[in-house]
Design a protein around this ligand. Structure first.
Ligand code: CAA
Length: 255
């Protein structure tokens, strides 16, 4: 049985973690399958947005603790396990996390590596690593702090407090909270909306927002301006602007 299920639905793809017996704990094998499935979809120009989800009970309950308990520090280092996460951040295609239930440790870090998070009312976000004697190692201390600020990040990371979906929304960690049963449908709907927009512009806009998260204002503004000129040079921009004036729907080709 595959640890990652991939379904294509027109211009979007839905990728679901499939290790229910371990609440989608992110084992080495699961991460390998995930990175390779996402990479393949990313190379397919027809895929314009990807939903990444788990199950109703758990997005993911973190790294696989059984594996971590066995592995040595040097093995972890040599296997470059955490570097593999950079491949997820490097994806071009917008990635929407569909979070229901537990979203803990590496699970929360995986959701934060996505471009935006749609959470069900049942979602619970946390970084419980210090309770295991380790720390969040796949971006948790950095991305959570940038998303919600120092006070709340310290609380979550040091005390093990879990944030409800509503708290995560108020703090800026998630983009939308939806009814429990709508966790996947709403993320797919958002992804379809993203997929309808100009593909070149969408990628440039995503890169520019990431720049805001990762650099200074001056660097970000400079990058944004150049991205705008590049977007203007695309056939998609001509099509989008002309379609508006002709009162018709644009037909973007990603060129
Ligand atoms: N790794 C491996 N197995 C896990 C797991 C994990 N992170 N989380 C849950 N499981 C397994 C449990 O061992 C259990 O398996 P068995 O049925 O074989 O015993 C199964 O999933 C169901 O879990 P529970 O019986 O514990 O379910 P629950 O509803 O009582 O509790 C929970 C759910 C609160 C999420 C609890 O499972 C839990 O605390 N999990 C661990 C959460 C955690 O600490 N995550 C951080 C991991 S470290 C990390 O992620 C490092 C990093 O930054 C890279």
């Amino acid at each position: 049985m595959s640890l990652v299920l991939v379904e294509r639905d027109g211009a979007i793809a839905i990728v679901l973690l499939n290790r229910p017996e371990a609440l989608n704990a992110l084992s080495d094998e699961l991460m390998d399958e995930l990175v390779s499935a996402l990479g393949e979809l990313d190379r397919d120009e027809a895929v314009r947005a990807i939903v990444l989800g788990g199950s109703e009970r758990a997005f993911a309950a973190g790294a696989d603790i059984g594996e971590l308990a066995q592995i040595s520090a040097v093995e972890l280092y040599y296997q470059r396990r955490i570097e593999r996460w950079d491949a997820i951040r490097g994806l071009w295609t917008p990635l929407v996390a569909a979070v229901s239930g537990y979203c803990l440790g590496g699970g929360c870090e995986l959701a934060m590596a996505c471009d935006l998070i749609v959470a069900s009312e049942s979602a619970e976000f946390g970084q419980p690593e210090t309770g295991l004697g380790i720390i969040p190692g796949a971006g948790g201390t950095q991305r959570l702090t940038r998303a919600v600020g120092k006070a709340l990040a310290m609380d979550v990371i040091l005390s093990g407090r879990r944030l409800s979906a509503r708290e995560a929304l108020a703090a800026g960690l998630v983009a939308r909270v939806v009814a429990k049963e709508a966790w996947l449908d709403e993320a797919a709907r958002v992804s379809r909306e993203i997929a309808e927009k100009g593909p070149v512009a969408t990628r440039l806009a995503k890169e520019s927002v990431d720049r805001a998260f990762e650099s200074t204002l001056a660097t970000g503004l400079e990058a944004e301006r150049r991205a705008l000129y590049l977007a203007f040079a695309s056939e998609d921009a001509k099509e989008g602007l002309t379609a508006f004036t002709e009162k018709r729907k644009p037909e973007f080709r990603g060129r």
